[in-house]
Ligand binder design. Structure first.
Ligand SMILES: Nc1ncnc2c1ncn2[C@@H]1O[C@H](COP(=O)(O)OP(=O)(O)OP(=O)(O)O)[C@@H](O)[C@H]1O
Length: 231
């Protein structure tokens, strides 16, 4: 569904991505592991249209998207849950969810009931301000907002960062449900190996702007992967 080929990205003279190739399939969970600063966020932001590549190609459902602006990619079905959530603290939970309407046509503008089945706390806190939610609840809200756009591919940047274990479990369950029941493709980056192992179908490991390992999650060579995750 999503193919990134030979992606290179520069910040000024500094090269953050060096020939990265990654694919994410429909109804599969693809996890990119790597420690801080190896280029995971840069890769995701290139995929969703927040950074322009300096080389390489990105295609989605067979269509080249690397020259398209972020809102076009969102309309095609790519939704992004950024690191740090980036919810609107002064807007209510409901208003935050409705910001997802921007990429939908008039008639399609509704909040899917599935979001409240996955994260009941969002219904309970519908009229509270986003900024009043805990970190874990904000992460659920950020995922909910992404789901409002009815994505085919959900891209998540470190969804477990700074979140308590019970909510990490809820988020893991939600991700599995989206894959199994809705056939959504999931692409997530993580530093938390166990979360990734439990969830992922396919795994990539990045180091210093490059993919250094890739394969099915079930066949991961754990000592080798851990080596890339420890500082
Ligand atoms: N806007 C920017 N301008 C300049 N350099 C940047 C910018 N964003 C990231 N970098 C640098 O690019 C490299 C890759 O950063 P990136 O955030 O993609 O890594 P990461 O693996 O996602 O790390 P983290 O887990 O901390 O987000 C780092 O050396 C970082 O300092």
């Amino acid at each position: 569904m999503l193919t990134v080929e030979d992606a290179t990205l520069h910040y000024g003279a500094a090269r953050a991505l060096k020939g990265v190739s990654v694919t994410a399939e429909t109804a599969k969970i693809t996890c990119i592991l790597g420690r801080n600063g190896v280029g995971k966020t840069s890769l995701l932001r290139s995929i969703v249209g927040h950074h322009a590549l300096s080389g390489g190609r990105i295609s989605f459902e067979g269509q080249a998207i690397d020259r398209k602006p972020a809102y076009d990619r969102a309309r095609l079905g790519i939704a992004f849950v950024p690191q740090g959530r980036e919810i609107f603290p002064l807007l209510s939970v409901e208003e935050n969810l409705k910001t997802g309407f921007a990429v939908l046509k008039g008639k399609a503008r509704s909040i899917p009931a599935m979001i409240f089945e996955l994260f009941p706390v969002l219904r309970d806190m519908m009229h509270r301000r986003g900024g009043d939610l805990s970190g874990g609840q904000q992460q659920q809200l950020a995922i909910g907002r992404a789901l409002v756009t009815r994505p085919k591919l959900l891209v998540l940047d470190e969804p477990t960062e700074g979140i308590q274990p019970s909510i990490i479990k809820d988020i893991g369950r939600a991700i599995r449900y989206l894959r199994d029941e809705h056939g959504i493709g999931i692409l997530l980056v993580e530093q938390y190996l166990d979360f990734c192992r439990e969830l992922a179908d396919e795994v990539y490991v990045m180091d210093r702007g490059e993919v250094v390992h890739s394969g099915e999650a079930a066949t991961l060579d754990l000592p080798d992967v851990r080596r890339y995750l420890t500082v």
